[in-house]
Ligand binder design. Structure first.
Ligand SMILES: *Cc1c(COP(=O)(O)O)cnc(C)c1O
Length: 221
């Protein structure tokens, strides 16, 4: 299969899942995660109508954003982020999906609006990234009080060992706690190549899809 075939297949799958959920496919943003892939692949995807791209490492994202600065793209930062890189990420990112602590939110603040999602950790392993659910209210209030951040909602990765549908239902439930403090922060960034249907059925508004569209990732050099 070629890139355009894989993209078409995912677009069809997203539409089918939206119909199954009784939702309008137009309210779902598909972010193509291009980590490990060259800027040339991003250009090919732009020619096929993609505008939202995801990356999980600052150095790689920064280099691609610079190389593709002639294009009108939206870069979504989806990986774990060190506080000391936050200011640089802000310079090219449209959204950061991985805000999991107050110090990172503070560091991301600044002039102009940056979209942010609070990442939830659905495991007991702090190394997986994301905030533990009990910290949601405090973190939501902190983001709301930080100038230059626009809170969009919650982000999560379904744990490998879990039933994705149940994991995403849990995120949707926690999202009510965010919306109690910030009614407009109702977006849900969840669903990847293997589980985007389940995510759409549970209300995902932002899918982060890599390999199902890009093909296998080249080994990291
Ligand atoms: C790599 C990555 C994705 C995409 O994963 P695929 O399984 O290739 O679709 C989504 N979200 C995050 C946070 C990632 O790091």
């Amino acid at each position: 299969m070629e890139l355009s075939d894989r993209l078409d297949a995912v677009r069809a799958g997203v539409s089918a899942a939206a119909v199954e959920a009784g939702r309008d496919p137009a309210e779902i943003t598909t972010i193509v995660v291009t980590k490990f892939h060259p800027a040339s692949l991003v250009r090919e995807l732009v020619a096929l109508g993609v505008r939202d791209f995801g990356e999980n490492r600052h150095q790689e994202a920064q280099a691609k954003a610079a190389e593709l600065s002639d294009l009108d793209l939206r870069w979504h930062f989806v990986g774990q982020l060190q506080t000391n890189k936050a200011r640089q990420v802000r310079q090219y990112a449209h959204a950061v999906h991985s805000v999991d602590r107050a110090s990172l939110a503070t560091a991301l603040g600044g002039e102009g609006e940056l979209d942010v999602f609070i990442q939830l950790n659905l495991t007991d392993d702090p190394g997986r990234g994301g905030a533990q659910p009990e910290t949601i209210e405090a973190l939501t209030e902190h983001v709301l009080a930080t100038p230059g951040l626009r809170l969009r909602g919650l982000m999560a990765v379904a744990p490998l060992e879990a039933d994705p549908r149940r994991a995403f239902a849990t995120v949707r439930e926690h999202s009510q706690r965010v919306r109690a403090l910030a009614p407009e922060a109702s977006d849900l960034s969840m669903g990847m190549s293997g589980d985007y249907r389940e995510a759409i059925l549970e209300g995902a508004t932002h899918l982060r899809i890599g390999s199902a569209i890009t093909g296998n990732r080249p080994a990291r050099g």
